[in-house]
Write a protein that binds this ligand. Structure first.
Ligand code: HEM
Ligand SMILES: [Ca+2]
Length: 379
């Protein structure tokens, strides 16, 4: 099928990405440089052509003949899950980021520990990842209709996309045809996933090395508009920032007090009379239905749906993670924060394109890799 037909089909089926005329104003370029709104479909098309170079063996509707209902099955399963677990989107969004960032979108993150498998699930940055059970449920529906045909890497990408839509985010077209890795990369995950304590230059470098510029990076961070954050990821900011024995000076004082209350009895081990934050580590194979906040955890701080409250909070010094607030530490990234806070359509547009790019990082295609039957085990 030609790209033009793909894009047109996408346009007809999914109005979500179409910029409403009431918001089709141009940006005030004085606030953040000469940003021009590019009609969305043109940029989707360009993005598809661009990703053609990086992952030219993927195709739109790869399963069109072998399993024509594949994408419908994924969408229906995600919708069913969403009825009982409204936190499907943050769980899957974080999962796709942690998969694609480490050796590409090959479902390496889903493999359980086994002989010869140094599971990424056990690397420290992944210890609170969740949603593995959701992927297993979706994959089992596919196996019923199309055994051994649809890769776990594609399931992850499709399911994350569909869950974003359900959470109120944009639809974006994704290619399929990825194959699954036969190995996991625990050391890479430990060394290469950014830490929530990283400074701006380090986090921008991590994204730049995977082809994301500042605009794309800042838009991807908008994924933090949903989901949970455990106190242990920011407790250093509350009491002993960078070894200063003081809170992080970039944090809004009201937020500091709120977070100290939410995370009380949980602060830096070096502080007198303190105890470490509850580990709250989630078993990677357990359904974690976080419909209520647990001790040591902040839930949906920026709102429960996809939106720009996250960027507004950063403008007020109210980012939770140090890395979030770091987006305000330099002019260019701060300009993008301001741009997205001011224009939700621009954010949705940029987020959609950046997710398409993330979804195509370093994919495995035939004859490499395999199609796993069970996503947590090599076939
Ligand atoms: C420097 C980059 C990043 C760092 C250091 C970072 C770190 C974190 C941390 C520490 C949490 C809290 C997890 C928990 O408490 O269980 C979190 C949550 C989350 N992150 Fe990131 N993140 C980064 C970028 C991204 C990107 C690019 C995406 C997606 C495109 C993403 C999606 C999410 C989502 C959706 C959650 C909520 C997860 C949930 O509810 O279980 N993050 N992130
Ligand atoms: Ca991977």
């Amino acid at each position: 099928m030609s790209l033009r037909k793909d894009v047109n089909m996408f346009r007809q089926r999914h109005k979500l990405l179409t910029r409403p005329s009431s918001t089709s104003r141009h940006h005030n370029s004085s606030a953040f440089g000469p940003v021009r709104f590019i009609p969305l479909m043109l940029s989707v098309k360009n993005q598809m052509l661009e990703t053609d170079n990086a992952s030219h063996l993927l195709r739109y509707d790869f399963y069109g003949e072998s399993c024509p209902n594949a994408e419908r099955i994924v969408r229906a399963a995600v919708e069913d899950l969403y009825q009982v677990r409204s936190d499907v989107a943050p769980a899957l969004l974080r999962l796709i980021f942690h998969d694609c960032f480490i050796q590409g979108c090959d479902a390496s993150v889903l493999l359980d520990p086994a002989d010869g498998i140094d599971s990424e699930k056990e690397s420290p940055p992944n210890e609170t990842l969740r949603g593995f059970d959701l992927i297993d449920i979706i994959k089992s529906k596919l196996e019923e209709e199309c055994p051994g045909l649809v890769s776990c890497a594609d399931v992850l990408v499709l399911a994350a996309r569909d869950s974003v839509v359900l959470a109120g985010g944009p639809f974006y077209p994704v290619y399929t045809g990825r194959r699954d890795s036969t190995v996991a990369f625990s050391n890479h995950a430990t060394d290469e996933l950014p830490s929530p304590r990283d400074h701006l230059s380090l986090l921008l470098a991590a994204f730049a090395s995977r082809g994301f510029d500042e605009r794309e990076t800042v838009s991807l961070f908008g994924a933090h508009s949903m989901g949970v954050i455990h106190c242990k990821f920011f407790e250093n900011r509350l009491y002993d920032f960078d070894g200063s024995h003081e809170p992080d000076p970039s944090m809004d004082l009201g937020l500091l007090h709120l977070l100290r209350t939410k995370c009380k009895n949980c602060h830096s081990e070096s502080s007198p009379g303190s105890q470490p934050c509850p580990n709250s580590s989630l078993s990677p194979t357990t359904v974690h239905n976080s419909s209520t906040e647990e001790p040591g955890m902040l839930m949906n701080y920026y709102g429960s749906a996809f939106g720009t409250q996250y960027y507004h909070s950063l403008l007020q010094g109210k980012g939770i993670l140090h890395t979030d607030q770091q987006l305000m530490a330099a002019e260019e990234s701060a300009n993008w924060v301001r741009a997205y806070a001011a224009d939700i359509s621009l954010f949705r547009h940029d987020f959609a394109l950046a997710m398409m790019k993330l979804s195509d990082l370093q994919v495995l295609t035939a004859p490499l890799g395999q199609i796993r039957l069970n996503c947590s085990k090599v076939a």
